[in-house]
Design a protein around this ligand. Structure first.
Ligand code: AP5
Length: 211
């Protein structure tokens, strides 16, 4: 099978990062994630792009979208270096979806469907290991090693107030993107509110059927 070109869509906390890690390993594709790329470059100077703020940090810490111009450039460069990929966190609005159409074809767009109540619970309980980048949850998926537990950090935008704003931004900007891919006939819905391994079984089968 040629390396698949996969889009993973879902609200903040739907499990895109968790499932992308498994997809990367199973299908030997690149994980392209705009969220991680922006977090690694939070303080880059974007003032020459005629943006409201001078760095991505201001947008991200408030739960707002970073301007398209910045994000499009990140994705374009990453796609140029990948044969197969799982693209996570992009596109987040219709303008980005149109931009992506000019950059690459897709085999499948997965949508992880999760209720808002569950999303808030997942995000406010999420913790990251700064040394490995592994994702945990204080209740659903705590680390076994006490040393790892000790060093876990909470993401700056996982506070309840910012999570609510991220969900509002998702409803306003990204839900139309889901309809767009549905109309294009490439959208596959996955029940994202099951246990991670059950979600993974459905994700894996859906990719195998589509690629
Ligand atoms: P980004 O990093 O993309 O964040 P997000 O879309 O808000 O998604 P998350 O990473 O929060 O959640 P996830 O779906 O990956 O869930 P996870 O697997 O971690 O974007 C951050 C910011 O960057 C944006 O707000 C914006 O400012 C900017 N940005 C990024 N892309 C942009 C773009 N294209 N344009 C403009 N701006 C952009 O899981 C969450 C938790 O739940 C974890 O604790 C996990 O352990 C747990 N969990 C996962 N699956 C399950 C399960 N099945 N059952 C129980 N718990 C589970």
């Amino acid at each position: 099978m040629a390396q698949p070109r996969i889009l993973i869509l879902g609200a903040p906390g739907a499990g895109k990062g968790t499932q992308s890690a498994k997809i990367t390993e199973e299908f030997d594709v690149n994980h392209i994630t705009t969220g991680d790329a922006l977090r690694a470059n939070k303080d880059m100077d974007i003032s020459d792009m005629d943006t409201e703020y001078d760095t991505p940090r201001e947008y991200m810490d408030q739960g707002e979208l970073v301007p398209d111009e910045v994000v499009n450039a990140i994705v374009d460069e990453a796609l140029n270096q990948a044969d197969g990929f799982v693209l996570d966190g992009y596109p987040r609005n219709l303008e980005q979806a149109k931009e992506l159409e000019d950059m690459t074809d897709l085999d499948v767009a997965l949508y992880l469907d999760v209720s808002e109540e569950e999303l808030i619970h997942r995000l406010t309980g999420r913790r990251m290991d700064p040394e490995t980048g592994d994702i945990y949850h204080v209740e659903y998926n705590p680390p076994e090693d006490p040393e790892v537990e000790e060093r876990l950090e909470q993401r700056d935008d996982d506070t309840e107030e910012t999570v609510k704003e991220r969900l509002r931004v998702f409803r306003e900007n990204t839900e139309p993107v889901i309809e767009y891919y549905e109309d294009e006939g490439v959208l596959e819905r996955v029940e994202g509110e099951q246990a991670p391994d059950e979600v993974w079984e459905d994700v894996k089968t859906t990719i195998e059927d589509a690629a």
